[in-house]
Design a protein around this ligand. Structure first.
Ligand code: F6P
Length: 415
């Protein structure tokens, strides 16, 4: 007989991924199978919880088909937020309010699916819980296309975004060959201050594609004059030049290239500037200074919501980390995040474990210098050997009337 547990609540926070709902499905299914009474979902993470915006997930997920649809649904099903909790000693009122809400709902287990900022929330809530003798357990479930979370080999969401980037970079390179004239295409890729995702553009280099000519990660200061010279040098050998740049490349003095434009930048609660416009800025400069035809392509949110092309490895692991978080919390763990530990590359074997969230929160894991070439304009084979297993195989969308079908959250007011 399965043990009867207390209630569970789960939320999603930070930027979404194409497989973040697979983790939600993993939390929900495992919690139900292991005897949770009610599994609640917070709408828009902790911010929604503070306004009592919660749903009973059993009213949303009614069948095995719903679980399969949820796994394949892009963007955060429950809605997300970028909400920073104050330090515990700075303002206890907000914590009192959160714990009052959780206790009213008889919550015993709290799961938060997110990246390094979201792990800051788990860290603070689990610390407050221990300090105040609460029995509620707090667990972090990792996700982010940026792959910049410490301690874990990689993050769910990264493999699918990388697969999509590798695929569309191949297509964009081919498109650049159309006209018999000089042209430059600049691709701008997300990832903030870590170049894991931008490096994925190198996947396009294969038997039937030359790959991008240059790849610039935020780990290396970006020299605009040097970049212009490299473009001119490449144009002596070929007509179509394609470069992938991270949204987070910075010039030597630390300013983001996108800050050199006259963009009005949005800054979130964690102090993160919205990074957009670096490719457009550089493309305009090339066009102005050389008269060459240019195109700036910002992959933007497409790279994190392309659920029609997820990696099967990634969506499976996303489900597993959700399940592993529930198992650990039900066994008494708190203040931890689930991590992925790679056992081998070939055959690819990866297992889950748990790790102290204090050693993960707010830390950005960068691409190691030795995985970037000496010139600082491409990634190495080691980088690709690390990445390739994560993009393998597909999970076919469930199609209706020619389009992928998703699970639709009617309670999310933004939908
Ligand atoms: O953290 C994930 C991420 O997709 C980053 O790569 C990107 O810079 C950021 O989120 C964009 O955030 P938002 O959707 O809040 O503008």
């Amino acid at each position: 007989m399965k043990e009867i547990r207390g209630n569970v609540i789960v939320g999603q926070s930070g930027g979404p991924t194409a497989v973040i709902n697979s983790s939600l499905a993993g939390v929900y299914k495992t919690a139900r199978d292991r005897g949770a009474k009610i599994v609640y979902g917070m709408l828009h993470g902790i911010q929604g919880l503070l306004e009592n915006r919660v749903v009973d997930l059993s009213e949303h997920i009614k069948s095995d088909l719903d679980i399969e649809l949820l796994k394949r649904t892009p963007s955060s099903y429950l809605g997300s937020c970028r909400f920073k909790l104050p330090e515990i000693h700075e303002d206890q009122e907000i914590y009192k309010k959160i714990f009052h809400i959780l206790e009213d709902m008889e919550i015993e287990y709290f799961f938060y699916i997110g990246g390094n900022d979201s792990m800051d929330t788990i860290k603070k809530l689990s610390d407050y819980s221990i300090l105040n003798g609460s029995r509620i357990r707090f667990m972090g479930v990792p996700k982010t296309i940026d792959n910049d979370l410490a301690a874990t080999d990689h993050t769910p969401g990264y493999g699918s975004a990388a697969k999509y980037i590798g695929s569309i970079t191949k297509e964009v390179i081919r498109d650049g060959l159309v006209y018999d004239q000089q042209n430059v295409t600049l691709i701008e890729i997300m990832g903030r201050n870590a170049g894991w995702l931008t490096g994925a553009a190198a996947l396009a280099k294969c038997e039937d594609c030359e790959g991008p000519d240059m790849i610039f990660l935020p780990e290396i200061p970006f020299d605009i004059e040097e970049f212009m010279k490299k473009i001119a040098g490449l144009h002596k050998q070929k007509k179509s030049v394609v470069a992938a740049i991270s949204e987070g490349i910075r010039v030597e003095d630390g300013r983001y290239v996108c800050e050199l434009t006259d963009n009005v930048d949005y800054v979130d609660a964690f102090g993160h500037r919205q990074l957009t416009g670096a490719a457009r800025y550089l493309a305009s400069r090339i066009a102005r200074e050389t008269g060459c035809k240019t195109r700036a392509i910002e992959f933007s949110s497409l790279q994190r919501c392309a659920s029609h092309m997820v990696s099967r490895v990634d969506i499976t692991e996303a489900y597993q980390v959700g399940g592993a978080a529930v198992k650990a919390a039900f066994e008494g763990e708190t203040g931890k995040m689930v991590i992925l530990k790679r056992i081998s590359d070939d055959p690819y074997i990866c297992v889950t474990d748990i790790y102290d969230v204090h050693k993960v929160a707010n830390i950005e894991k960068k691409v190691p210098r030795e995985w970037i070439n000496e010139a600082g304009d491409y990634v190495t084979d080691e980088f690709l050997n690390y990445l390739r297993p994560l993009i393998q195989a597909e999970l076919t969308p469930i199609m209706t009337d020619g389009l992928p079908r998703h699970l639709y959250c009617k309670n999310n007011k933004n939908q």
